[in-house]
Design a protein around this ligand. Structure first.
Ligand code: 13P
Length: 248
């Protein structure tokens, strides 16, 4: 079973999400070996809960706040997401790390609060172009993963997926090569092996994200150690996205 996750980012009003979900529900082939999650904007989540109820498509969110509740004007908690029907939440996306200055300590807290509220987590990790060019990919991945997963018990990893998203590949049309993806994914599994166990390293779900299209999806989802993909731009239009899913 391959895991495919759509990251809609800040791209749908509720009425557009309604149309998108209706099309996805009616045309998604649930017999295909694909575990599909749609990460919608906050304002579309409750609608997603109502429409996706009884289907095989899961509802995802793109972020949450690291505290349980309180005076955090404008923020959204894990409990709010859970009650809005969310199955899984993306944490540590590079756009949040870079544009919203999120650090690994906050990301660690977000993961803990998400798990506490019964949510699955997709932890995004990946190096910048400067880090790639100075051969710091391994070091970056190790630090990001170790700090994000600090204090977690091994059995909690069952609800954690790691997505390898090199920053230079996101939204650029320049996807990582299969060799680069396999290198990054192997490094991710090695950190899990060193910090948890070989069993955890083998069983954790690892995705790739960054300029995935219907031209490269098949090769990516069949790369060694890759369990699926996290897709931005190519998930926005239902027809194209369903076509991409059929090529997994
Ligand atoms: P693109 O697929 O648009 O490159 O975005 C990838 C991404 O950020 C997934 O989280």
């Amino acid at each position: 079973m391959k895991k495919i996750v759509a990251n809609i980012k800040m791209n749908q009003t509720p009425s557009r999400s309604r149309e998108y979900l209706i099309n996805m529900i009616s045309r998604f082939d649930s017999d295909k070996n694909v575990d599909l999650t749609l990460c919608l904007p906050y304002t579309s989540l409750y609608l997603g809960k109502l429409l996706l109820n009884g289907t095989k498509i899961k509802l995802g969110a793109q972020n949450l706040h690291e505290e349980e509740c309180g005076s955090y004007t404008g923020e959204i908690s894990g409990a709010m997401l859970r009650e809005s029907g969310v199955d899984t939440v993306i944490v540590g996306h590079s756009e949040r790390r870079v544009k919203f200055k999120e650090n690994n300590n906050q990301i660690n807290k977000k993961i803990k609060v998400a798990l506490k509220n019964g949510l699955g987590v997709i932890l995004c990790v990946g190096e910048s172009l400067a880090e790639k060019n100075t051969l710091k990919t391994l070091e970056t991945l190790k630090t990001q993963i170790e700090e994000a997963l600090k204090g977690l018990y091994e059995n909690e990893l069952e609800r954690v997926t790691i997505s390898y998203e090199p920053i230079w590949a996101i939204g650029t049309g320049k996807n990582a090569t299969i060799r680069e993806i396999e290198y990054g994914v192997r490094a991710i599994r090695k950190v899990i092996e060193d910090d948890f166990s070989l069993k955890a390293a083998k069983s954790i779900t690892v995705l790739y994200g960054g300029s995935v299209t219907n031209k490269n999806i098949h090769g990516i989802t069949h790369a060694k150690g890759v369990n699926g993909a996290l897709i931005g731009g190519a998930s926005l239009e239902e027809g194209g996205f369903l076509n991409l899913i059929s090529l997994v």
